[in-house]
Design a binder for this molecule. Structure first.
Ligand SMILES: *Cc1c(COP(=O)(O)O)cnc(C)c1O
Length: 436
């Protein structure tokens, strides 16, 4: 019997990020200036991001080296284990082999720290002293707060007002890591003051918080902005997940037929799937299926149109070609807050358009039923976001049972749900909107 927990030594932490761009059959479309609709050059991003990250954003190199200092900090939690979900397989009575990559073991409880550390490092290399960002429920904010502290930077987080009031724990976490956290809209920025003048009781939104963080970074010489998903360089940093998982599956003596990640902005899905998709694109594994699982309430990949759209809600970012529901789309308030994004990563969207990946959408009642099943079999309580991947994996395991085929399934457990227990409470108490 192979191990239940497939681990790698720290020496196997990847030395490079994998950039899928040079392996794409068609080149990705460039971002456009929102006014002129002309392709923008790297210099347009310079007020917000350090040059090193902008270079990664537009890079055509297949492998980009991970600095030793970042690898040393990755040792705190990497390589993350791959688990064989034996109890879940038995419960489902499926011939499928189900594996999951456990990104919930990071100190902040999700994959987001992988890119936060790299972004903080690249900023510090260029003399940046302070990072500004937005956060909704607080997953990204707590990751950046932790990374900034570990890299010796200050961190300023604009947290959406409703979450600030209703979800205090991640706010305390950010402050524990030394970050300054304000409710957005705040009186610290022009954008925040304008909103507050119109509505002193504004609950805020991710769009408003982005505007505040961007303004903060644009106004101060010592400060840059950081984004937790969607952009090419963020997806790039997450590919350490898939690279480790490939070695771990090799140790297990298997190659997955299906790899699955939940999809909000696309970074944890891409992180797991892109290294495997390299094999599909090269022709080595032409039948590999990569599946992005999204909420039915925010179905950008399954129901959105692929067109140029803004990355934020107020329309201030460059235009990106992506599957989108429109930047003014407001999804139902489902519990998977990290998946409530109107668009998708341009690279993920590109692969979907070319037929190299698939997308599925699920309602939250089904997602939480699977999340509870998973917790009861495997012990770990998954984040509501990650539970979309759990649910998809269970669907594919049941399909394998119906067809009698021994499918190998690998999914990404992007985070744990310890700060999301009110969502579980509403499911267990029967007050959740199951069809949302
Ligand atoms: C933020 C988040 C997501 C969604 O973001 P992606 O960029 O799509 O990965 C998924 N899972 C967890 C646990 C998150 O915190």
């Amino acid at each position: 019997m192979t191990d239940t927990k497939i681990t790698l030594p720290e020496s196997e932490i990847p030395r490079h990020f994998y950039n899928i761009v040079p392996d794409l059959p068609n080149p990705p479309a460039p971002p456009l200036h929102p006014g002129t609709r002309e392709p923008i050059g790297p210099e347009a991003l310079a007020p917000l991001f350090p040059m090193g990250l902008i270079e990664q954003e537009v890079s055509a190199e297949r492998f980009i080296e991970i600095p030793d200092e970042v690898r040393d900090i990755y040792r705190l939690y990497r390589p993350s284990p791959v688990f064989r979900a034996r109890a879940l397989e038995q419960h489902l009575e499926t011939p499928a082999h189900i594996y999951y990559k456990s990104e919930h073991v990071s100190p902040v409880g999700s994959h987001k720290l992988n890119t936060a550390l790299m972004q903080a490092y690249m900023n510090r290399q260029e003399g940046v002293k302070r990072l500004a960002t937005e956060t909704g429920a607080g997953q990204w904010g707590s990751s950046l707060a932790c990374a900034a502290q570990l890299m010796g930077l200050e961190c300023m987080v604009y947290m959406v007002r409703v979450s600030y009031d209703q979800k205090p724990y991640r706010r305390h976490m950010m402050r524990t890591y030394g970050a300054e956290v304000v409710a957005s809209p705040s009186t610290l920025t022009e954008a925040g003051r304008t909103i507050l003048a119109q509505d002193p009781n504004s609950p805020g939104s991710l769009g408003i918080a982005i505007s505040e963080a961007v303004e903060d970074a644009a106004k101060r010489d010592d400060t840059k902005y950081a984004l937790g998903s969607v952009l090419n360089h963020v997806l790039l940093h997450q590919t350490i997940i898939g690279q480790e998982a490939m070695k771990q599956m090799e140790l297990a003596g298997e190659y997955p037929d299906v790899v699955i990640g939940c999809h909000g902005g696309g970074s944890n899905f891409a992180g797991l799937a892109f290294p495997f998709l390299r094999d599909r694109l090269s022709g080595a594994r032409p039948t590999l299926r990569a599946i992005a699982a999204e909420p039915a309430s925010c179905p950008s990949l399954t129901r959105g149109k692929r067109e140029y759209d803004f990355g934020d809600t107020i329309g201030s970012t460059p235009l990106m070609l992506m599957h989108t529901l429109g930047h003014e789309f407001v999804p139902a308030p489902v519990h998977a807050g990290g998946l409530r994004y109107h668009g998708s990563a341009p690279l993920v969207s590109h692969l979907l358009a070319d037929g190299h990946i698939e997308a599925e959408a699920y309602v939250q009642g089904d997602v939480f039923r699977s999340a509870v099943t998973f917790a009861r079999c495997e012990g770990t309580i998954p984040a509501p976001e990650s539970s979309h991947a759990v649910h998809s994996a269970i669907q594919h395991a049941l399909a394998a049972k119906a067809a009698g085929t021994p499918t190998v399934i690998l999914f990404n457990l992007s985070g744990h749900g310890h700060f999301d227990l009110t969502a579980y409470e509403s499911y267990l108490n029967g007050t959740m909107d199951l069809n949302a």
